[in-house]
Design a protein around this ligand. Structure first.
Ligand code: CP
Length: 306
């Protein structure tokens, strides 16, 4: 039985197969409409979500399966003090596969150790968000056609932004990928990612504070919001929250074929006037999230069509 806890749980070859399956689903969704008949997905979300939970649920419904779950810890027996370990043992009796989001880092790993069904990490604290990474990879693969030799700008809250941590882990496996890490000093990517991931794998990267400096060089700009829920005090959040605002004037500095991705939700970091720019693909990215989660459910349940 396979779980997805970390983007590195899939080899590059397995990832390639998953992305190709997602593209096949996008091209002919009707072929997969009954693939999960009789199967149930449990979505156990202890933290708020719009895209991840609803795209998982849409994915399972598109595959002909059913969905059970809860959208907040307060609506589950976690509010009475039940542990994640006990909850997953019970969920294993009710469902065939489970997607879990939790504010504590490592919660999905704990769940997987007690589960008799595949567990998908739908975000654990500031740690990892592997299915967002699958979404990001499918977006890049579908719209750029490759990962090799891309220069990628990661901008915003690189300290608490778990989507950034997962994306770096996944992309360093491709040849010639370079990063420009764009953040204020206080929100730099954590030291363990610089040292254990980037330096240890001799990945080319630089850290800058000004978005304008990086924009002309980029193939992709990955914007992120400042993660209000991970700050210890409101004052620091208020000081940081509007540090970057991508607007039409800044987009003039970017190459004509640069893509703008964002895991969403957006707060102020991308002005709505950018939404009509053909390079802004963040809503398309949210749609890719459904196809890739359909492919993931089929893969983890070992269901093959054809
Ligand atoms: N991108 C993402 O994880 O969005 P939600 O928090 O709405 O699920």
């Amino acid at each position: 039985m396979k779980h997805l806890l970390n983007p590195l749980d899939f080899t590059v070859t397995e990832l390639d197969a998953l992305l190709k399956l997602a593209n096949a689903i996008e091209a002919a969704p009707e072929k997969y409409a009954h693939a999960c008949e009789g199967k149930k997905l449990a979505t156990c979300f202890y933290e708020p979500s719009t895209r991840t939970r609803l795209s998982f649920e849409a994915a399972m419904l598109n595959l002909g399966g059913s969905v059970i779950g809860f959208a907040s810890g307060d609506n589950s027996s976690a509010a009475k003090g039940e542990s994640v370990s006990d909850t997953i043992r019970v969920i294993s009796c009710y469902a065939d596969i489970c997607a879990i989001r939790h504010p504590k880092e490592g919660a999905a790993l704990v769940a997987s150790s007690r589960s008799s069904i595949p567990v998908i990490n739908a975000g654990d604290g500031g740690h990892q968000h592997p299915t967002q990474t699958l979404t990001d990879l499918l977006t890049i693969y579908s719209l750029k056609g490759h990962f090799d030799h891309l220069k990628i700008g990661l901008c915003g809250d690189l300290k608490f932004g778990r989507t950034v941590h997962s994306l770096i882990d996944a992309l360093i496996r491709y040849e010639g990928v370079e990063f420009i890490l764009i953040s204020p000093e206080e929100l730099r990517v954590p030291g363990y990612i610089r040292e254990d991931v980037l330096d240890a794998n001799q990945i080319s990267y630089k850290e800058v504070e000004r978005l304008e400096e990086a924009l002309p060089e980029l193939d992709l700009l990955y914007m992120t919001r400042v993660q209000k829920e991970r700050f210890f005090n409101e004052e620091d959040y208020i000081r940081m929250k509007d540090f970057y605002i991508l607007d039409k004037a800044k987009m003039e500095l970017a190459p004509k074929d640069m893509l703008v991705l964002h895991p969403l939700p957006r707060v102020n970091e991308i002005s709505v006037e950018v939404d009509d720019d053909p390079r802004a693909v963040y809503f398309k990215q949210a749609q890719y999230g459904v196809y890739v989660r359909m492919a993931l459910i089929l893969t983890l349940l070992n269901i093959h069509i054809d």
